[in-house]
Ligand binder design. Structure first.
Ligand SMILES: NC(=O)c1ccc[n+]([C@@H]2O[C@H](COP(=O)([O-])OP(=O)(O)OC[C@H]3O[C@@H](n4cnc5c(N)ncnc54)[C@H](OP(=O)(O)O)[C@@H]3O)[C@@H](O)[C@H]2O)c1
Length: 263
């Protein structure tokens, strides 16, 4: 993908990874339509990036928000859609209330699927186009304490792979990115404490954004970041019982940290 001529809708632009992605894509010469719910943060980001940047507020947890965003994207003339908006929810599944679970599924899975569906005819009409879905290691290495989030991200991975295969004879590429933990506000204090206790590595948003921009430039279909997470995700694909056993040994620590989590 030639980023100098790219016109990109970036959802979740006001978040930790989104802001860094916006900066790097802007530096690469792309025109940006930044989406989020916080008008103030979006406006401040747009101003800091300069010309060629527009912003739009929409709640992706609601179908009407998706419709509004798709309209704004067509008006802006996008040829790249980056589905980056997401919410986390750490806690034992049985203790989470339904609105929390529904919100995780709606924002992390239903919204990108809906937005892609609404924009696909438009993207197929462009000389070159890409859909980038920001997943997670937990989409290939589903994790206790993150049941709804893992389900949503596994769904997004399946969606990305099936759509890529369906669009193989088109000019639309589908890029699926699976980062491990990133230092952003998505992770609450209990999640950070859990990551420290489990010795899970956390990457900077800057590094992850750099890898995403590289994957988009090259049109890499699948990118899974971080070792040993990539190895464990691979093992989970053919010998999930091994991972079941490994994670059973960590369950007590996960339960202990989840009891101090409300998100
Ligand atoms: N941080 C990690 O450890 C990690 C690891 C792997 C993958 N990821 C993925 O990376 C992506 C970016 O996450 P992040 O770490 O940058 O999180 P973040 O800092 O919490 O930012 C999340 C972004 O999503 C937006 N968003 C949330 N709910 C929304 C809704 N209903 N409608 C519209 N926008 C909404 C937020 O907008 P508002 O400002 O309006 O709330 C914000 O811009 C997510 O898909 C996440 O799952 C994160």
């Amino acid at each position: 993908m030639d980023l100098k001529n790219a016109r990109i809708l970036l959802t979740g632009a006001s978040g930790g990874l989104g802001q860094e992605l916006a900066r790097q894509l802007n530096d690469a010469g792309a025109a940006l339509l930044l989406a989020g719910r916080d008008q103030g943060r979006l406006a401040a980001l747009s101003t800091s990036l300069g010309t060629g940047v527009a912003s739009v507020c929409a709640d992706l947890g609601r179908p009407a928000g998706v419709v509004a965003l798709a309209g704004a994207a067509r008006e802006f003339g996008i040829n790249v859609l980056i589905n980056n908006a997401g919410v986390g929810a750490f806690g034992l599944f049985e203790n989470q209330d339904w609105p929390t679970i529904e919100g995780v599924l709606a924002t992390n899975l239903e919204a990108p699927v809906r937005l892609t569906h609404a924009l696909l005819p438009w993207l197929k009409a462009q000389p070159q186009a890409a859909i980038v879905n920001i997943g997670s290691t937990f989409g290939s290495l589903p994790f206790p304490g993150f049941v709804a989030y893992s389900a949503a991200k596994a769904g997004l991975r399946g969606f990305s792979q099936a759509l890529r295969r369906e669009l193989a004879d088109s000019l639309v590429s589908v890029v699926h990115i699976a980062p491990r933990a990133i230092d952003t506000p998505l992770n609450s204090d209990p999640v950070k404490a859990l990551n420290r206790a489990l010795k899970n590595h956390s990457d900077s948003a800057e590094d992850v954004a750099r890898q995403i921009v590289r994957a988009l430039r090259r049109g890499d279909g699948e990118s899974h970041f971080g070792f040993p997470e990539r190895l464990f995700a691979w093992i989970n694909g053919f010998a999930p019982a091994l991972i079941d056993r490994g994670l059973a040994g960590k369950l007590a620590i996960i339960k202990q940290h989840s009891s101090s989590s409300s998100s």
